[in-house]
Design a protein around this ligand. Structure first.
Ligand code: SF4
Length: 191
């Protein structure tokens, strides 16, 4: 049974792609962009190993989502089990958005690529921050519409930053924000 190595799952978010989505962060990244916001995902140790079929069951039980977003870590470091997962959720009608720190032209063929509707590619470049397009961190990152499920109309979606406070007081942030915005939030400065 092929296992996925996962870092984090958010069942429903409006901050990681078009519409409401389940966001899945994978554990392990071989790309290692300087300035990465998720360096804790670089190692392949410390993640949670899950049969891909179990993740399919979990995702298909979530109500109200239009798709799944796969983020890193580097999803294409696990193309086989993630490809099986992506193909299964797409067969059930969900869309698949996948982020990669590689560029499309250098990705080898894979079931994950074949099962992705919307691919966002390219490494994060800390010195070239993106200020207008949603979901991406730097201007070099490209959106590839690999199927007709999405088109340029997704760019009307504003960037969102979601803050979730768990019953135990733990705070989780997802979405994309500049370092300045995060620092202002943490300092209680909401200009
Ligand atoms: S590909 Fe993503 S997770 Fe990996 S180093 Fe770059 S920004 Fe970080």
């Amino acid at each position: 049974m092929e296992l996925l190595n996962l870092h984090r799952i958010v069942d429903v978010t409006a901050a990681e792609g078009p519409g409401l989505r389940c966001a899945v962060w994978t554990q392990g990244c071989s790309v290692r962009c300087p300035g990465c916001f998720n360096p804790q995902t670089w190692t392949t140790r410390g993640g949670t190993l899950v049969p891909w079929q179990d993740l399919v069951s979990r995702v298909l039980a979530i109500e109200g989502i239009e798709g799944v977003t796969l983020l890193g870590g580097e999803p294409f470091d696990q193309p086989s089990p993630l490809g099986e997962f992506a193909a299964a959720v797409r067969a059930a009608g969900l869309s698949v958005m996948t982020f990669t720190g590689n560029v499309l032209e250098e990705l080898p063929p894979s079931k994950l690529l074949d099962s992705t509707d919307l691919l966002v590619d390219g490494p994060f470049l800390a010195d070239r921050p993106e200020l207008s397009r949603p979901w991406v961190g730097s201007v070099n990152q490209r959106f590839h519409f690999l199927t007709d499920r999405y088109d340029e109309s997704i760019f009307t979606t504003p960037n969102r930053l979601e803050l979730t406070i768990a019953p135990d007081g733990a705070i989780e942030l997802n979405g994309f924000a500049t370092t300045e915005v995060l620092e202002a939030l943490l300092e209680g400065d909401h200009r």
